[in-house]
Design a protein around this ligand. Structure first.
Ligand code: URA
Length: 433
């Protein structure tokens, strides 16, 4: 088999067979095909597309490029959750303990934040002592004792995706339906859970700008998950505006704890309850309606908070900052961004809010950057709220005094104020079972 023939075949609109896609994935991962040839193939895929069979074959080749995690040392049903990424998305911190408190095991491998989006590992590391780098044995023991654990991604999970994603990032080939589906599902299928719930984001803060593209992506991922023998479902959810009120690591942990105590922002609570309900449903805990009720009741009864504490303890974190969130990292400067106009907030562009939080120190521009766990934003006025001149739209939290002016400018230009209230947009826009 020759890589040049495969590139030419796709360039001319042909369909690649399983053997060809396995060959490229295997040999590229092994370092036997150079970046420039795979770049050409990726661009040909972007221009000519791939059909459903090709997308599935590439997904399975990515899954099989490294270790497939064997979760059998963990008792019970294991359900995973994956978000396509967003701003203020702290749902894992709430949903994982919530379903664990109801008997579903969550053995979650999560990533770090990059660019305008955050990552669960960074958020948890704002808890003093919390370890996200666990050996396999420690990971299994933590899930067996606490019902859940969150660790950083293992070294040899879907290594083909690591190489392919890095190459796509620098060759303008990230935004392709089949490449996104195979990248996400290749990793998820290698993570070993019995079922997967996908939170597919739609809107300015996600890579799906239209509901149609998000729906197509979600349907394709659900079909591939099922075809691999996993129970799979997807929610389509709003990421036009940041999720909840907090953006930034320690601030998001604090907000998650509020929800685990039965309070918190209503869109965040609605989304977490629905994600948990679908995970419980895939874990055969009851009908979808019964699972919704179970999830709501567990949040209000504080059961989910107890599971969160158990996870923090099992992973070496200091539980005192969970009981008293004033002990979490705090910024030296808190600065109010005030409205310069009167009216209704009609848009709070999620991506731009994410960028402002990055400027304040909460995220990383490059993989090697370190994050400031204390930095971030607390949103005071969300889409639909009425504001007067001088009302605080958001508070900026930072240890970088010099970043305040730029971040404040970003927030003001990302917040659109109009004379009429906007049409309300539900956080949950669809469910694919
Ligand atoms: N997230 C992934 O893991 N892969 C993509 O291609 C896009 C988002």
């Amino acid at each position: 088999m020759h890589i040049t023939d495969i590139i030419i075949k796709k360039r001319d609109g042909g369909r690649l067979n399983k053997e060809e896609l396995e060959y490229v994935t295997r040999e590229y991962t092994a370092g036997n095909i150079p970046d420039y040839q795979v770049s050409a193939l990726l661009m040909a895929i972007c221009l000519k597309g791939m059909d459903e069979n090709e997308t599935e074959d590439l997904t399975f080749a990515i899954r099989d490029s490294g270790d497939i995690v064997d979760l059998s040392p963990i008792d019970g049903v294991k359900i995973d959750k994956h978000s396509t990424g967003g701003v203020g998305d702290k749902t894992t911190l709430i949903v994982a303990p919530l379903v664990a408190s109801l008997g579903i095991k969550v053995a979650k491998m999560s990533g770090r934040g990059l660019g305008h989006t955050g990552g669960t590992v960074d958020k948890l590391e704002s808890i003093k002592g919390f370890r996200t780098s666990l050996s396999k044995e420690e990971f299994f023991a933590a899930v067996n004792s606490a019902g859940l654990a969150v660790s950083g991604q293992s070294g040899n999970l879907a290594p083909a995706d690591k190489k392919l994603y890095a190459l796509r990032d620098v060759t303008g080939t990230v935004e392709n339906h089949s490449l996104i589906v195979s990248s996400i599902m290749g990793k998820k299928l290698a993570s070993g859970a019995d079922g997967i719930v996908l939170d597919v984001k739609v809107g300015s803060g996600s890579f799906n700008k239209t509901p149609k593209a998000a729906k197509r992506l979600a349907e394709a991922m659900v079909n591939i998950g099922k075809s691999a023998g996993k129970k799979t479902a997807a929610l389509l959810t709003d990421m036009d505006v940041p999720l909840g009120k907090a953006i930034g690591n320690a601030l998001e942990v604090k907000e998650a704890i509020e929800v685990l105590h039965g309070g918190g922002d209503s869109a965040l609570v609605t989304l977490c309850t629905e994600l948990a309900a679908v995970m419980l449903y895939l874990g055969e805990k009851g009908s979808l309606e019964q699972c919704r009720t179970m999830a709501k009741d567990a949040l209000t009864a504080g059961k989910a908070f107890d599971s969160f504490v158990a996870m923090v303890k099992a992973q070496g974190g200091d539980e005192s900052c969970i009981y008293d969130t004033r002990l979490l990292p705090a910024a030296s400067h808190i600065y109010p961004v005030k409205s310069t106009a009167e009216g209704y907030i009609v848009a709070s562009n999620a991506k731009e809010y994410g960028k402002a939080s990055l400027v304040l120190g909460a995220g990383r521009e490059r993989k090697e950057d370190t994050v400031d766990h204390a930095a971030g934003i607390i949103i005071e006025k969300h889409r639909g709220d009425k504001v007067k001149v001088g009302d605080v739209i958001a508070y900026l939290h930072t240890n970088r005094k010099e970043a305040i002016a730029e971040a404040a400018e970003l927030i003001l230009s990302a917040t659109e104020i109009g004379a009429e209230p906007p049409e309300s947009k539900p956080v949950i826009q669809g469910l694919i079972l």
